[in-house]
Write a protein that binds this ligand. Structure first.
Ligand code: ASP
Length: 439
């Protein structure tokens, strides 16, 4: 059994967190490859090392004094080293960094040092081999990941190393310079390592006990999703629910490696298992609820629209010409409604309306703003009768006015449009009917 374990920034923010991570790793000998993030926040209001590094480099580029921020960063690492009782010195590393920052060597290089240094400390603490990601994660000149090259470099390197720490978030370009993934990218590194070693499991350790059924800013102490499929995760993530970097899914999904989201501060909890497919029924019929505010809708009305071949194409062509993507398109016999992101749409609004008038000569165009979309997602819906009925009676009881309903043909989700100000109320009502009033 081989596992890759990735620890997020808050899981390695202090010596105390290092001890928790260390215990988790040592508790299971199959946890052989470890991918750390840079130290995150120790308490709310604290600074993440990555943010400090960006700030520090920003000062260096403007040829302002950057040594104070660099000293703060060094102190954070030194505190961890001292508190763990390690006889490790990062003095030389910081000397090199100061010089490179002074030479303005690159923003990505600067940011990557957070993971690099944390990796050195973690490897020393665990007595694992340190492998610099700049030797095994390969990017092309244009900044895209070279997935095949990375896979063979990792596989080759790790085949002869029993236990290793590989820092997350960065790799190298053909010219040898450092390139990072987008923010949160250590998740991607973990996933690439898991694929390369054909891991049995990719554990992603963070500070929540898994993927939650609903947003904790709306629902107090929402339940944790025990098992979720990649498809469900995509639906929920698209609507704003995130625990994982989106690019972390692809490498492991293709190999059928499950991802387990776990909580470093509560390792006894099983967390959320993300899988390709499962026979396990979701506990509450629905798997999760997520949503976003800030949509607008454009409703076009024209008598006998249904008989006009090419009507839809012409209308959508106007949006395409303006570079606006549409989210949903519920339609009636003589009406069609297009949901768009309000902010994106506002700038193009008048041109779109004029374009539609010219293209299809509608009887009326109606605009509505400040709308929210809610996705109720669940693989269990297909086999269960009355899911939609329960959702809409719960919304009616909560006096939420439903503006739009769209059930995906996969029967994996139901999308509901409501007014922005009824968004939270609607989520509470749906959560309540499925989770609190389970039948
Ligand atoms: N340290 C990086 C960030 O803050 C990458 C990561 O944590 O995954 O975005």
């Amino acid at each position: 059994m081989k596992k890759v374990v990735k620890f997020g920034g808050s899981s390695l923010a202090s010596a105390e967190q290092f001890r928790k991570a260390g215990k988790i790793i040592k508790d299971d000998p199959s946890r052989r490859y470890v991918v750390p993030s840079a130290p995150g926040k120790r308490f709310s209001g604290d600074a993440k090392i990555t943010d400090l590094l960006y700030k520090c480099y920003g000062a260096a580029v403007k040829e302002k004094r950057f040594t104070d921020i660099m000293d703060t960063i060094q102190k954070r690492y030194q505190e961890i080293i001292d508190d763990l009782g390690l006889s490790l010195s990062l003095e030389k590393e910081f000397e090199v960094m100061r010089e490179n920052f002074g030479r303005k060597i690159g923003r990505d290089y600067a940011a990557s040092r957070g993971e690099y240094l944390n990796g050195i400390i973690l490897a020393a603490y665990l007595d694992y081999t340190f492998i610099d990601a700049a030797t095994v994660i390969a990017f092309a000149e244009d900044g895209t990941l070279l997935a095949d090259k990375t896979n063979s470099l990792l596989a080759q390197k790790l085949s002869s190393v029993e236990r290793a720490v590989i820092p997350g978030f960065y790799g190298f370009r053909p010219d040898g310079s450092i390139q990072t993934f987008s923010r949160g990218g250590s998740d991607v590194t973990g996933s690439l390592v898991a694929k390369a070693i054909c891991a049995d499991m990719y554990e992603n350790w963070t500070d929540v006990s898994g993927f939650l059924v609903a947003d904790p800013n709306i629902i107090e102490n929402p339940k944790v999703i025990e098992t979720i499929t990649y498809k469900e995760l995509r639906e929920l993530a698209y609507m704003g629910a995130t625990v994982l970097h989106e690019d972390a899914i692809f490498p492991v999904r293709k190999e059928g490696i499950p991802i387990n989201i776990r909580n470093t501060n509560a390792p006894e909890e099983k967390g959320t298992l993300i899988v390709e497919g499962t026979c396990r029924k979701p506990k509450y019929t629905i798997t999760g609820i997520a949503g976003k505010k800030g949509f607008a809708s454009v409703t076009i009305e024209k008598a006998m629209m249904n008989a006009e071949v090419g009507f839809g194409r012409k209308v959508l062509g106007i949006f395409e010409d303006e570079g606006i993507s549409f989210e949903h398109m519920p339609s009636g016999i003589d009406t069609m409604t297009i949901f768009v992101h309000q902010e994106e749409f506002e700038e193009h609004e008048q041109r779109v309306i004029a374009g539609i008038h010219r293209a299809v000569e509608p009887d009326e165009i109606e605009l509505e703003s400040d709308l929210a979309l809610i996705a109720v997602v669940g693989r269990g819906m297909r086999q269960t009768r009355g899911t939609a009925g329960r959702i809409f009676s719960a919304l009616a009881h909560a006096h939420v006015n439903v503006k739009m309903i769209d059930q995906g043909s996969s029967e994996l989700n139901i999308i509901i449009g409501v007014k922005n100000q009824e968004f939270e109320m609607a989520i509470e009502a749906i959560y309540d009917i499925f989770v609190n009033t389970q039948i």
